[in-house]
Design a binder for this molecule. Structure first.
Ligand code: AMP
Length: 281
């Protein structure tokens, strides 16, 4: 696996692949890799000749300095994991490579970035769109793979790619979970054992929600049921439950009668976790 620290080195890799007529799949990450990330690498590998991964802890998507400072990082371990997945090249830039001195250009999906989780984390999705646009421009892949766990992020990126006419497709990959149902996340390592056990309430509440939808329910009843389940777990501090039309992320009311996304965020001992599920009536 080639490790590329600069724009020039990663572009040289891509140019070689292109010259050989090979297609390129891209997986962007912030490192601290787990099975969820590796599943994205495998999805890219199934559909492309070459897979490029990026590891970049993007400062512009963190609201709180402390959250950024505590973000886990272990490049040596991550590199071994990527080699194990036969990833062809890793783009591993320093902050000033992505954000050169005097940097002033941002990308924002003006509506999608500022609803739902975007209200809980102001500026977060602007930071995500800005870094992903830069990574797309640097690498120039045929397709990019993102987890459905970060559901709003996936919709923001799909919208940005459509609106700015990026010549690539965006592929969503189902959430990879621990045996007890907790969505895998780089943040999970920061949970105490008690909070780790409590955090399963997120996936449990989504599972119960899916059962309710299957038997016919309303948005309001669904929201109440999820809130009650999460409040029954004393270690959880609920931040948001959003139940919206899938993809457009538009709220609606009454009977659950269309593809619907349920998005939850909650804190456990100061660690913000999210989970989501798309349900069909
Ligand atoms: P991150 O390193 O947290 O920025 O995540 C990098 C990519 O991995 C994003 O597209 C995430 O949505 C995706 N991802 C993170 N956790 C999971 C998971 N448990 N299952 C599937 N994809 C995931």
């Amino acid at each position: 696996m080639e490790i590329c620290p600069s724009v020039e080195t990663v572009r040289a890799c891509v140019a070689r692949y292109r010259a050989a007529g090979e297609s390129v799949g891209l997986v962007t990450t912030m490192g601290a890799l787990h099975e969820g990330h590796l599943e994205l690498m495998r999805a890219a590998r199934r559909e492309h000749d070459r897979v490029i991964a990026t590891i970049f802890v993007n400062p512009t998507q963190f609201g709180e300095v402390a959250d950024l400072a505590h973000y886990p990082s272990d490049d040596a371990r991550d590199i071994d994991l990527l080699k194990g997945e036969n990833v062809d090249a890793l783009f591993l830039p320093e902050v000033q490579v992505i954000y050169p001195p005097g940097d002033e250009t941002i990308v924002e999906t003006t509506h999608l970035a500022n609803v739902l989780h975007g209200k809980v984390r102001p500026g977060h999705f602007r930071g995500v769109a800005t870094v992903v646009a830069r990574l797309f421009n640097i690498v120039g892949p045929d397709a990019a793979y993102f987890g459905e766990k970060d559901y709003q992020q996936l919709q923001v990126i799909k919208r940005m790619v459509r609106d700015l006419h990026f010549p690539l497709s965006v592929v969503g990959v189902p959430t990879v979970r621990e045996a007890d149902g907790l969505a895998m996340s780089s943040r999970n390592v920061r949970l105490t054992p008690e909070d780790r056990a409590a955090a399963v309430v997120l996936s449990r509440s989504l599972q119960a929600a899916e059962t309710l939808v299957a038997s016919g329910t309303t948005i309001e009843a669904l929201g109440e049921a999820i809130r009650a389940t999460i409040k029954s777990e004393a270690r959880a501090t609920l931040r948001a439950v959003d139940i919206v039309e899938a993809e457009s992320l538009t709220p609606y009311s009454g009977a659950v009668d269309r593809p619907t996304a349920i998005m939850i965020s909650a804190e456990f001992g100061g660690v913000l976790l999210i989970d989501q599920r798309e349900v069909q009536p």
